[in-house]
Design a protein around this ligand. Structure first.
Ligand code: NAD
Length: 485
C-alpha cells in the first residue's frame, strides 16, 4: 500500500544551529528523505545559519557527511544527494549579535515563498533570534518558527519563553516540536479511537479498569549525561512525551481533526489532572553492574539525586475517567526498549464458567516501539476436551505486516513534522497554553521532591525499575505489564 505524497509549496527553511547535532542527525536527513520522496520540490531552499565560519560548499560537505551517516537508506541509493545538496546554502551568523543578519536577508531576498525558521539552538537564544528576525524584517505574517524541546524547565521559564516568542510572532506562527507527536503510531492512536466504532463506546471508566503508559529505554544516559542530570526523567519525558500520550489516550473526540479542536481537547485533559500525592509517585536511579556504569558514574557525580526513572499514578477528574487511574512510568537502563499504551478493561460482570475458569481481562495494547502495532487480548476456550477452560490469546496486528512492505518505510517523525510546518498545519505541535498547563501539573511534584530532600530509590540495570514502583501497583491490586520487546 504505497502512501500518497503531496508536494509542498516552494519554501525557504532557515536552520539556526544548522551545524549542530540535531541538524546533523535529524533535520538534514529528514529533509533529504522528503526530497527523495518528491515532497520537497527542487525550488525549495535550506539555509544553515550558525556561528561556524563556513561557506555554501562547506555546508554541503557537512550535510553530505550527515546524510551519509544518518540516512543510510539503500532504497534511495543516494542518487538524489547532489541534487538535494544544490538546494543548500549557509550563512555565518551570531544569534546574539548583528553579524551575518544582513547576509541572511540578502540570501532570502524578496518573494512570496513560504518562509520557516527552525530554532535548533538552546532555548536561551529563542528570544534573541525572534527579535532579530523581526528587526531585520525577515518574517512576514505567514512566516513560521519551529522551536525544539526543552521548552522551559518549569512553569516560570516556559512562560518567559512563550512571552519572548509572542513579542514577535503570533501563536499561529509558532510550532513547538514534541517529536512523539510525529510518530506514526501516536497519530494512529487518534485513528484507532475516532475512526472505529468498536472502541470508543468502551473507552471510559465504566469499562476500563486502568491504563498503563510505559516508555522504557534499555540504554543509560550515555553522552547526554551532563544535560540529563540537570533535567531528569520528569522534565525530560513525563512533562512532554508521556503527557502527550496521556492526552491523546484520554481526550474527548474533537469535533474535527484540526489544530484548534485537537489541542483544545488535549488541554482539557491536562487541566483535569488531579494533584499527585507523594505516595503515588516513585523516583528511581539506576545502579551499575559488573559491565555497566551506574547513573552516578555516567554523569560523573556521586551526589546527584536526579531521577532516571519515574512511576506515578495519575487521576483525571472528569466524567469519562473518574475512578480509572492512569499509571505512567518511564526510565533508562530498564529491561528493554519498549513503549506502549495498555488499556486494561474490567472483568466481565459475571463469570458463567465458575471460579475454576480464572480471571480473564481484555487488554488493548498500542505498541509505539518496537514493532509498532496494536494487540487485543481476547479470552477463548482452551482447545481440547475436558471442560470449559479459558485462555487469553492475542489478536495481534503489526502495522508493517498488515500494511505491506511500504509501511515499514514510514517517515521519521521529523520528516512529517517539518513538512507539516511548511504546510502550515499545527495539529501535531504543542500550543503555548498546553505546555504551560503541563508544567503547572509537574512543577509541584518536582518541588515536593526538592523540599523532601529524599534521594531516589535505586534499581538494578536491566530490571523493571525500583521495587517501590512495583509496590505502587500492588497496593491497588494491579500489576505492571512486563517490559519486553
Ligand atoms: P549543538 O550544541 O550540537 O548545536 C548548537 C548549534 O547552535 C550549533 O550549530 C551552533 O553553531 C549554534 N549556535 C550556538 N550559539 C549560537 C549563536 N550565538 N549564534 C548562532 N548560532 C549559534 O545542539 P543540538 O544538539 O543540535 O541541539 C539544538 C537544540 O535542539 C537544543 O535546544 C536541544 O536541546 C534541542 N534538541 C536536540 C536534540 C538532539 O538530538 N541533539 C533532540 C531534541 C532537542
Amino acid at each position: 500500500m504505497a502512501s500518497r505524497v503531496i508536494p509542498v509549496q516552494p519554501f525557504d527553511l532557515v536552520i539556526f544551529g544548522g551545524t549542530g547535532d540535531l541538524a546533523r542527525r535529524k533535520i538534514l536527513p529528514a529533509l533529504f528523505r522528503r526530497y527523495c520522496a518528491g515532497q520537497m520540490g527542487a525550488e525549495a531552499r535550506v539555509i544553515g545559519a550558525a556561528r561556524a565560519d563556513m561557506d555554501d560548499a562547506g555546508y554541503r560537505d557537512f550535510a553530505r557527511a550527515a546524510i551519509t551517516e544518518f540516512s543510510a537508506d539503500s532504497a534511495y541509493a543516494h542518487t538524489h544527494l547532489d541534487d538535494f545538496l544544490a538546494r543548500l546554502g549557509y550563512v555565518t551568523l551570531d544569534a546574539g549579535g548583528d553579524e551575518g543578519w544582513g547576509a541572511l536577508k540578502k540570501t532570502l531576498g524578496e518573494g512570496e515563498r513560504i518562509r520557516a525558521f527552525y530554532f535548533s539552538v538552546g532555548p536561551s537564544l529563542f528570544g534573541d533570534l525572534a527579535a532579530r528576525i523581526e528587526t531585520h524584517g525577515l518574517a512576514g505574517a505567514d512566516a513560521r518558527v519551529v522551536v525544539e524541546k526543552p521548552f522551559g524547565r518549569d512553569l516560570a521559564s516556559a512562560r518567559a519563553l512563550n512571552s519572548a516568542l509572542a513579542r514577535h510572532f503570533d501563536e499561529t506562527q509558532i510550532y513547538r516540536i514534541d517529536h512523539y507527536l510525529g510518530k506514526e503510531t501516536v497519530q494512529n492512536l487518534m485513528a484507532i479511537r475516532f475512526g472505529n466504532m468498536l472502541f470508543e463506546p468502551l473507552w471510559n471508566s465504566q469499562y476500563v479498569d486502568h491504563i498503563q503508559i510505559t516508555v522504557a529505554e534499555s540504554g543509560g544516559v550515555g553522552a547526554r549525561g551532563e544535560y540529563y542530570d540537570k533535567s531528569g526523567a520528569m522534565r525530560d519525558m513525563v512533562q512532554n512525551h508521556i503527557m502527550q500520550l496521556l492526552c491523546l489516550t484520554a481526550m474527548e473526540p474533537p469535533a474535527k481533526y484540526d489544530p484548534h479542536a485537537v489541542r483544545d481537547e488535549k488541554l482539557k485533559v491536562i487541566r483535569a489532572l488531579g494533584p499527585i500525592e507523594p505516595a503515588d509517585v516513585v523516583r528511581g536511579q539506576y545502579e551499575g553492574s559488573e559491565s555497566l556504569p551506574s547513573y552516578q558514574s555516567e554523569v560523573g557525580s556521586d551526589e546527584t539525586d536526579t531521577e532516571s526513572f519515574v512511576a506515578l499514578k495519575a487521576r483525571i477528574g472528569n466524567w469519562r475517567w473518574a475512578g480509572t487511574p492512569f499509571y505512567l512510568r518511564t526510565g533508562k537502563r530498564l529491561r528493554a526498549r519498549a513503549s506502549e499504551i495498555a488499556v486494561v478493561f474490567k472483568d466481565a460482570p459475571h463469570s458463567i464458567f465458575g471460579a475454576d475458569a480464572g480471571r480473564h481481562r481484555n487488554i488493548l495494547t498500542i505498541r509505539l516501539q518496537p514493532n509498532e502495532g496494536i494487540e487485543m487480548g481476547v479470552t477463548i476456550k482452551e482447545p481440547g476436551p475436558g471442560g470449559m477452560r479459558l485462555v487469553d490469546v492475542p489478536l495481534d496486528m503489526t502495522f508493517s505486516e498488515a500494511l505491506g512492505p511500504d509501511a515499514a518505510d514510514v517517515p521519521d517523525a521529523y520528516e512529517r513534522l517539518i513538512m507539516d510546518v511548511i504546510r502550515g498545519d499545527q495539529t501535531l505541535f504543542m500550543r503555548g497554553d498546553e505546555v504551560e498547563a503541563a508544567w503547572e501539573w509537574t512543577d509541584p511534584i518536582i518541588e515536593a521532591w526538592e523540599a523532601s530532600g529524599t534521594a531516589p530509590c535505586t534499581y538494578a540495570p536491566g530490571s523493571a525499575g525500583p521495587d517501590d514502583a512495583l509496590a505502587l501497583m500492588h497496593r491497588d491490586g494491579r500489576r505492571w505489564r512486563e517490559i519486553r520487546t
